[in-house]
Design a protein around this ligand. Structure first.
Ligand code: NAD
Ligand code: MG
Length: 300
């Protein structure tokens, strides 16, 4: 009988996931995992939990799809209840994640809402606390990335929305959450390899990601004496809806991630263990770290 493999199986990382060359495609904002071709691996059948987040209560923004979806599945399999935030147009993806979380016997609170609005960010935190009975893990992961060939083509509106989604929302959500986080709680921010290796066509986006890295390090120092740990994950190219809603030039999609030293793009399930580690007590002495999960790209 063939042995069942999962994310804890020892194998060759170059071939663990196929070296896909996705067809050129685009989707209207905000994009759905349900429509991604080929579908991404968020750990539905491949993530195996080992009880590392037993009883934790986590709020995950952008928890409907991609990396955030994989984190929600992994957290549930590690024993956590989760609240996921997403945009109302992403209900289909959010329902799939909820099914997977509930299949583990865990709670999945759905909190649709646009994080470019301050009141929405504050409400999200309050509702997560109320409906999960508290909060001990926050994952700030929602993100906006729009490719623009030239600075002259970045509209004020795009610049504003990118900064609001990636930076202001992070600030508003963290500020609202801090009073609820007791010793042992954690915050994890989704940054990017773009923070220190900006693509010329992602000027505004890359800038927000380095702001996130710096904010994470500073907040980590501020909250460490209270026993609250803040860390950052900086993914490299990962196959998610973000890339096909103008995240990359359309003609670049078939080449996405193929130039990494591992020779392929990452799958969302390969990011989840970093988020699990940083929320679990085994990372108790890891504070203000940026954990790069990027298939071998340079990092500071
Ligand atoms: P994704 O599209 O699956 O997730 C992004 C999520 O952001 C969406 O699902 C959406 O729910 C949320 N979002 C966007 N605008 C929002 C708004 N105004 N209000 C509420 N929610 C909003 O794509 P992903 O790649 O999994 O992205 C997750 C994070 O990872 C992002 O912060 C992204 O910048 C970061 N990242 C991704 C890659 C990659 O290659 N995919 C690389 C580096 C960093
Ligand atoms: Mg989504």
């Amino acid at each position: 009988m063939a042995q069942k493999t999962d994310h804890l199986t020892f194998d060759d990382p170059t071939t663990r996931h196929p070296r896909v060359s996705p067809p050129e495609q685009d989707q209207p904002m905000p994009g759905l995992d349900a429509e991604l071709d080929p579908p991404a691996d968020r750990g539905e059948t491949s993530y195996r939990g080992t009880g590392r987040l037993q009883g934790r209560r986590a709020l995950i923004t952008g928890g409907d799809s991609g990396i955030g979806g994989a984190v929600a599945i992994a957290y549930a399999r590690e024993g956590a209840d989760v609240a996921i935030n997403y945009l109302p147009d992403e209900q289909e993806d959010a329902d799939r994640i909820r099914e997977l979380v509930e299949a583990e016997g865990r709670t999945c609170v759905q909190l649709p809402g646009d994080v470019t609005n301050k009141e929405t960010c504050e409400r999200l935190v309050e509702q997560a606390v109320e409906r999960l009975g508290g909060l001990d893990a926050l994952v700030v992961n929602a993100g906006k990335q729009v490719t623009s060939p030239s600075i002259e083509e970045i509209s004020d509106e795009q610049f504003d929305l990118t900064v609001k989604t990636n930076v202001y929302a992070m600030f508003w959500i963290c500020r609202a959450a801090v009073k609820h986080l007791g010793a042992g709680s954690t915050i994890v921010l989704s940054s990017s390899v773009q923070a220190y290796s900006p693509s010329e066509h992602l000027l505004d986006y890359a800038m927000t990601k380095s702001a996130m890295n710096t904010f994470g390090k500073g907040l980590a120092k501020q909250l460490a004496p209270r026993g609250v740990r803040v860390n950052v994950v900086a993914p490299g190219p990962v196959w998610t809806p973000l890339q096909v809603v103008q995240g990359q030039p359309k003609e670049a999609i078939p080449e996405f991630g193929l130039g990494q030293p591992l020779g392929r793009a990452g799958q969302p399930v390969e990011l989840a263990p970093a988020y699990v580690f940083l929320a679990s007590p085994e990372s108790s002495y890891v504070v203000g770290e940026t954990l790069n999960v990027n298939g071998g790209a340079d990092s500071p």
